[in-house]
Design a protein around this ligand. Sequence first.
Ligand code: C5P
Length: 454
Amino acid sequence: MDANHTVGRRKPQQAIGTVLATRGISADLRTRAWYRTRFRGETVTDLSGFSAKHVLLGVTGGIAAYKACELARAMMRAGADVQVVMTPSATAFVGPMTFQALTGRPVRIELLDPSAEAGMGHIELARWADLVVIAPCTAHTLATLALGQADDLLTTLWLATRAQRCVAPAMNQQMWSDPSVTSHVERLIARGVHVLGPDSGQQACGDIGPGRLLEVTELMPRLAALLAQGPLSGRHLVITAGPTHEPIDPVRFLSNQASGKMGYALASAAAAFGARVTLVSGPTALSCPRGVTRIDVVTACEMDNACQTLLSGSQVDCFIGAAAVSDMRPATVAQEKLKKGKDDLSTLTLVENPDVIWGVSHHANRPSLVVGFAAETQALLAHAAEKRERKGLDWICANDVSDGQVFGQDTNCLHCLTAAGQVTLGPGTKSEIARQLLTNIATHFSIVKDTTCN
Ligand code: C5P
């Protein structure tokens, strides 16, 4: 089915979602179908840039604030996580409860709100965002942004974020034409802010002219295109995750305690950074992160085959071996369940499994960056350094798994060893640490690219 597949235009949104879901149609295509139905058959190009992204939607006090509800909903539908931040005057136009219901997140309004700060503080929120979009953006907020003032939560976040920033202005046409507004817009554009719109036409006040908020159908593809330009866009990352199961008989297997959480967090962060991500996963209870292609495997040999096939068939820029691959497997797998008193249960003959990451780092089509993990219970750094050499890795992330730390937990601390030295990531949640490691990987690729250009 192609991306512009048409779905019965008049069917209610829920019914279409259900029909497509039962036919196994992807979330992205379901979103497009909903979007087309919602916006009367508009052609949708590519909204995949929203997948797994964190969008901070600023809403300021103008009549067009009601359109921000539709925008929040469309972005959620396209796979983004949306946090709405309203200026106090925006709440006169739309209630925060509306946005909370649409996004599943309480709306943030006040800068000095002790209860909100106890959760995700404003600086954390600024770091959380992949994109900050203010829609609608009033003349007053444009001026505040142009002057770099931080007198409410939204304008403070604007200054504190490293994410891409854009505004969709909406105001009366006379106000939009005022030279002071023009100079504020020019100043923002000069600082790399994306200014989307405004549209021209009939205004709420009765005037006709430029100043209308761009329609959601116009905003969505432009925002998706901005989001698709992550620091790893154009890169292909292959990540292994989870344990492997090595069968003994039809019901028993050898395995380990890995949950897959670290590898899945890495895959999710890599997709959020704009990379094409293939996750080769052993058996886990986790669902595939948004925007990630998952290949399910069970045994180490299957994981090895999947990785070798990927390297032979496509260009892979970076490989991260986060899987806890079983080093050995039973030499033979019993066809029937082994029975006490009938079979010999006292001996299990094992053979060594292929080393998946060794095979990757010695492949003819080797990725330019190969990153391994070393879970150790003692002599952490010494063992990790030895593994980095022996397996031919560029980087190795050592973590201490003694005393039940790490396996199955949501937190971790990594000591990343490279040829140049060592950097510690964390302690923190696995998703925070994944973002830190992916930031280092993105920096590595930007330096390599710069060097290649020179
Ligand atoms: O030797 P050890 O298992 O501690 O090495 C850990 C690193 O090697 C991890 O990156 C893991 O994914 C990888 N590995 C592998 N294949 C194996 C064993 C480990 O890819 N058979």
